[in-house]
Design a protein around this ligand. Structure first.
Ligand code: ADP
Ligand code: MG
Length: 253
């Protein structure tokens, strides 16, 4: 018997009034794989994450974590199933230091240590993983864009997830800042973590993804290996419009 995929959705759909933001998406992520999620702005990427993590309830369809139906479960229930996520709009606790922000996750997470001293020590370890140790005593509000994203990443890691969902953690980073973020994702994957990466930076998607899923207007356009997906005329068209895809077609003919 093969193990159930860490994440599976079946016909996942959510309507906001007349808009179907995620439309009949069925997909799986096997254990230990990195799934890249791409798609134009507004194609439903963040909404997809929100549906998996319980921040939104689907209109129809199912979310299965490790083969268990978790459809409609609350965010803390999903977190207890060892699913952690970052938010595209960073959400630190403002009254706490960077270290305390991470320690809270360690204390109250699924493997919660319950005591502050060991949690603070463990927080420093997680901050080291994201290269943010030097900023441990600072207030989140003082951080640069890049460092605020690192903190968001660290808060998710502090929950010791099995499935990690990253929503544009590299947005606004300079190329030199992207490399360490990619290296971290690759290392986490090597350690056996299953990861869903929503990202606009194509180079990043190609570098870390085993499979890439493309959303367009809420629908699953295609899934495949990164280089195949990025070369697919349907994907080029989704990003750049029909004209460009036609021109590419003529050039290749
Ligand atoms: P992406 O992350 O791919 O840029 P989103 O998932 O944020 O796209 O949004 C997909 C669509 O759903 C957009 O048209 C957005 O305006 C809409 N949307 C997202 N969340 C809500 C909500 N809570 N209420 C109404 N519309 C929403
Ligand atoms: Mg988004």
């Amino acid at each position: 018997m093969t193990a159930a995929p860490v994440l599976e959705t079946k016909g996942l759909t959510i309507r906001f009034g007349g808009l179907v933001a995620v439309n009949d998406v069925s997909m799986t992520v096997p254990e230990g794989q990195v799934l890249g999620v791409i798609g134009p702005n507004g194609s439903g990427k963040s909404t997809f994450i929100n549906l998996v993590t319980g921040h939104l309830r689907p209109t129809s369809g199912q979310v299965l974590i490790d083969g268990t139906d978790m459809t409609g479960a609350k965010p803390w229930t999903i977190a207890n199933a060892r699913v952690a996520r970052t938010f595209q709009i960073v959400k630190p606790f403002r009254g706490m230091t960077v270290r305390e922000n991470v320690a809270v996750g360690i204390m109250y997470g699924p493997e919660g240590v319950g005591r502050m001293a060991p949690a603070l020590a463990a927080a420093d370890e997680v901050l080291g993983q994201v290269h943010l140790r030097e900023a441990a005593d600072r207030a989140p509000g003082e951080l640069s864009v890049a460092d605020a994203r690192r903190l968001e990443f660290a808060k998710a890691l502090a929950l010791r997830p099995r499935l990690l969902m990253l929503d544009e953690v590299m947005a606004g980073l300079r190329p030199a800042e992207i490399e360490p973020a990619l290296a971290l994702i690759q290392r986490l994957r090597d350690e056996g973590l299953t990861i869903v990466v929503v990202e606009h930076v194509m180079k990043a998607i190609v570098a870390v993804s085993d499979q890439v899923m493309v959303l367009k207007e809420g629908r699953l356009l295609m899934t495949g290996p990164p280089n195949e997906v990025l070369a697919d005329p349907r994907v080029i068209e989704a990003y750049l419009g029909t004209k460009y895809a036609e021109r590419q077609g003529k050039r290749d003919a």
